[in-house]
Design a protein around this ligand. Sequence first.
Ligand SMILES: C[S@@+](CC[C@H](N)C(=O)[O-])C[C@H]1O[C@@H](n2cnc3c(N)ncnc32)[C@H](O)[C@@H]1O
Length: 203
Amino acid sequence: MPDPGRLRIAIPEVLAAAATTGHPDGVLLTLAAVDLPAPAAGPPDFVLVLDRLQDPGNLGTLLRTALAAGVDQVWLSEGADPLQPKVLRASSGAALALPLVRMAATDLPGRLAAARERGVQLVAAVVPEAGGAAQPYWELDWRRPTALLLGNEGAGLAPELARLADRRVTIPHSPAVESLNVAAAAALLLLERPRQAHGRPGA
Ligand SMILES: C[S@@+](CC[C@H](N)C(=O)[O-])C[C@H]1O[C@@H](n2cnc3c(N)ncnc32)[C@H](O)[C@@H]1O
């Protein structure tokens, strides 16, 4: 039986303002965000780093794939709020299951440098470039402690973050398109790690 002290009668206007659906069914549950998972102490093993991602649908999709791939922390520099309703829906709950660390874009380089000091390789995902300076993503050893850096929809990865990375990986594709959608690219990149851990000869 719910604690009756926590039940409140709300007028329809309040329900409509608080609900994220067009036709709320009359009952809402609100939860404090204090029990969200926190990053474990010690060096991270697999970090997804998102540089000012804008689109809530992309962010939710990315978080869902990150959870599936075994990511243990997500670092977000500014961009879309990971706890807004569109992200929560697209993430299918993954946004509440993953330790999320939000920070100013100016704090990200320092945090990445500290992770590298602790043995984490910094891997920048970049679009295929003329000259091919980035290696195909399947050539990287993803089984090492890794931070994967993804750029945002419009500008890509900030140049200072790309420069900071130890490795640059790409998903080669036809030049008919300049780049993949960031969430589509992330699915291949993130799931390469469990693929190598389970399927690579000598793994
Ligand atoms: C839509 S793209 C950004 C395009 C942007 N105009 C640029 O030049 O980077 C968003 C992010 O998805 C990732 N991405 C997209 N296509 C990729 C590919 N073929 N290989 C690796 N990463 C890719 C990169 O991290 C990129 O910054």
